[in-house]
Every structure is written in C-alpha cells, then in structure tokens.
Design a protein around this ligand. Structure first.
Ligand SMILES: *[C@@H]1O[C@H](CO)[C@@H](O)[C@H](O)[C@H]1NC(C)=O
Length: 209
C-alpha cells in the first residue's frame, strides 16, 4: 500500500502551478522551454495524404503512452497529457483505446489564453483568479478539461461517427476537399503521428477549445 502522501502528491504540472502561486505564469515557462526545444522545421511540413488510416502500419504491443512523447512537433501537448493523471492513466492502459487529437507546438504557442486559463474565472475572480489554493484548483481543473477535450475514447474512429471526448464535447471527422477535418470546429488533421495497439495519435492544426 502506498503512503497517503504519495497518493496525494501532485503531478509535475500541478507542482509548477503550485510553485508559481508566488510568481505568475508558471506553465508559460514550460511553453517557452518547449519553443526553444522544438523549433518548427520546413522538413516537418504535414503530408496531405497522411490522414488516411492504413491498418498495416499499426505497431503491435506498443501503446500510446510509449510513443506520444517521441513526436517533437507535439511536445508541448504531449507533456500536458503526462501531467494529467486520468489522461496519462488512460493512454497507458493497453485495454482502453483512444484517438489523441494533439495540437502541434505552434498551435499551443499561439493559444489566446494559456490552457489553464478561463475568461470566466477572470471575470469572476479578477487578476487573482489563479492565486492561492482555490486558484490552483481552478487552474488544474481547466488544464485537465483542455487536455480531455482532445482525447477521443475510441479507436479505430470511423468517419462521420459522433463521439464525446473525455471532456464531454461532441466531435466527429470528415474528408472535405481532400483534407481530413475534425468537426464541428473544422480543424485539420495534418498528419497521423502514431498508430499503436491501443489507438492513434493525430496531429491537428488548431485547438479544440
Ligand atoms: C483497439 O485498437 C486496435 C488497433 O487499431 C484494434 O485492433 C482493436 O480492435 C481496437 N479495440 C477496440 C475495442 O476498438
């Protein structure tokens, strides 16, 4: 049995949020470090034909949690999936399939708000919205919701099939003008980074927030 202190020990991102209650914008430091670590290269431009599922490339015995950290172009998002325990647990479970819709690093850098921020929190609580214990709880809840909006608890995921993400928002996908689009947000799937035994990692060109 684990000691209670271990069970309640916060994950890495949460620690940073906690640590940053004294100094503002904790996770932006992480984002900055990823900007340095993951420069956009023209070589990594998306392949327009990469969205087509093809069964023969599925790696057997390998699961999403093994591979998601290896794709440099989604390093920022994949780090967040590891920081949210219910999500990392899911991606690490070989018996539960998922399609991860991972915004690429440029999308994550260009978000209007940080993934743990919510305009409503600022209007309700003002500039101090993420200070103190309640603020930390809000930030963590928002971050979890952001990540869960990008996890479809199904794979293979058929075209046109409406499913709820882990956050409960409904999404489906369709081919339109040769492009694979996540609807209703109309976000393009620019490539499929991985196909493994418990699902797939798709790289998307916008946020589902
Ligand atoms: C999970 O994904 C694998 C790999 O694509 C597939 O073979 C299997 O049928 C899926 N299982 C379920 C329950 O969808």
């Amino acid at each position: 049995m684990k000691p209670a202190s271990l069970l309640t020990y916060p994950s890495a991102a949460f620690c940073l949020i906690l640590a940053a209650s004294a100094s503002p914008r904790p996770l932006s430091d992480i984002l900055k470090s990823f900007q340095l670590a993951a420069p956009q290269s023209p070589i990594s431009l998306p392949n327009p034909f990469a969205g087509m599922p093809s069964e023969e490339t599925v790696s057997t015995g390998v699961i999403i949690s093994d591979v998601i950290g290896k794709t440099q172009s989604i390093a920022i998002f994949s780090a967040l999936t590891r920081d949210i325990d219910p999500v990392s647990g899911r991606l690490d479970d070989a018996s539960q399939n998922a399609t991860v819709l991972a915004p690429d690093n440029s999308v994550m850098r260009d978000l209007k708000r940080k993934p743990w921020e919510d305009a409503e929190d600022y209007s309700t609580f003002g500039a101090e919205a993420y200070k103190g214990q309640d603020g930390e709880d809000r930030a963590h809840k928002n971050l979890r919701r952001f990540v869960e909006r990008h996890i479809v608890p199904e794979s293979p995921w058929e075209e046109g099939k409406k499913v709820q993400t882990l956050a409960g928002n409904e999404v489906w996908w369709e081919m339109r003008d040769g492009k694979q689009k996540i609807q209703p947000a109309d976000i393009e799937v620019t490539s499929i980074a991985d196909k493994v035994s418990n699902g797939q990692v798709w790289v998307i060109g916008g946020p589902l927030a």
